[in-house]
Design a protein around this ligand. Structure first.
Ligand SMILES: C[S@@+](CC[C@H](N)C(=O)[O-])C[C@H]1O[C@@H](n2cnc3c(N)ncnc32)[C@H](O)[C@@H]1O
Length: 282
């Protein structure tokens, strides 16, 4: 009798845990969907935002197109000779501002992103891009195909950054390497409050509120920059130690980078090397 009761209790506990897991999975899927929608809206309506100096970090800006190839070399710590002709995957390419840079260096580059608006925009610039979720890299037959994988400002916007990192590592050839930029330092309480405040509003209303904040100096930067920083639902901050552990588990050597153009950034730029590869460095 007691055993029957015990078994029943255990079964109920298992059922409860299963439901709990289902709820969490559904919640994280919803948050991912909202994040992807926010970026898609951003690339559709704010891709050419800021006809001022502040908007000069986007592909439309001649200043960006002029310097992006040297920025890439500086960020990777490699010369143009190291990069020419390499097969590159630009994961989460957005509207293709880095993809453009790799094309300029004469790499064989493919950009992927979940945002149809971003991909559409990149294609207008003649860039080789396609709509693809990074978690589908292996299913899309892209595993093991690239000399290196560039993933700038993306994995902290996914529900599972560690799994996202594993997925992009899979895209590299056995001797290939990976480069990422990841949010790491904790954002201020003010930024967190601004994000929470915007959450209930539609994207056009968020833009309107952000425009106001920018105009009154409550946010320093362009409307596009502010939308990018405040609107996506998922914005994680990943400690450096955690990133080191991901690399260790995958047998990669971690090399933190400090690009000259982002000296003041407290976030993480890093290369992840396979010691066996011809690209072996450091
Ligand atoms: C902050 S933006 C950076 C875009 C680009 N790397 C750049 O620097 O201009 C993040 C990008 O990641 C994309 N993204 C988010 N989750 C993704 C996923 N699971 N697979 C592919 N792209 C994703 C978004 O659509 C967005 O374009």
């Amino acid at each position: 009798m007691n055993v029957k009761k015990w078994l029943l209790e255990k079964l109920m506990q298992i059922e409860f845990m299963k439901n709990e897991l289902d709820v969490r999975k559904r919640e994280s899927l919803t948050r991912e969907k909202k994040t992807v929608e926010s970026f898609d809206w951003q690339w559709r309506y704010l891709a050419e935002d800021g006809p001022d100096k502040k908007g000069a970090v986007l592909l439309w800006a001649p200043g960006w197109r002029e310097k992006v190839d040297s920025m890439i070399q500086d960020e990777l710590g490699l010369t143009k000779e190291n990069l020419v002709g390499k097969k590159v995957l630009d994961v989460g390419c957005g509207q293709g501002r880095w993809t453009y840079g790799f094309k300029k260096i004469d790499c064989d580059v493919l950009g992927i992103d979940t945002s149809p608006a971003g991909i559409e925009y990149a294609r207008r610039w003649g860039l080789n891009t396609r709509v693809l979720n990074l978690f589908e890299i292996a299913n899309a037959d892209l595993a093991g195909k690239f000399d290196f994988v560039w993933c700038w400002g993306v994995i902290h916007h996914t529900a599972d950054p560690k799994r996202a990192f594993q997925a992009i590592v899979e895209a590299a050839k056995p001797e290939g390497f990976i480069h990422c930029y990841v949010y790491s330092h904790p954002r201020s309480r003010r930024i967190k409050m601004m994000r929470a405040f915007l959450k209930p509003f539609s994207f056009p209303t968020r833009r309107w509120i952000i425009r106001f904040w920018v105009r009154v100096g409550f946010y320093h930067g362009s409307v596009h920059e502010a939308f990018d920083a405040l609107s996506p639902d998922i914005n994680k901050e990943i400690p450096e130690e955690e990133i080191r552990n991901w690399c260790k588990e995958l047998g990669l050597r971690y090399e933190r980078r400090y690009p000259a153009w982002a000296r003041s950034s407290k976030d993480i730029f890093f290369n992840a090397w396979r010691d066996s590869g011809p690209n072996h460095k450091v």
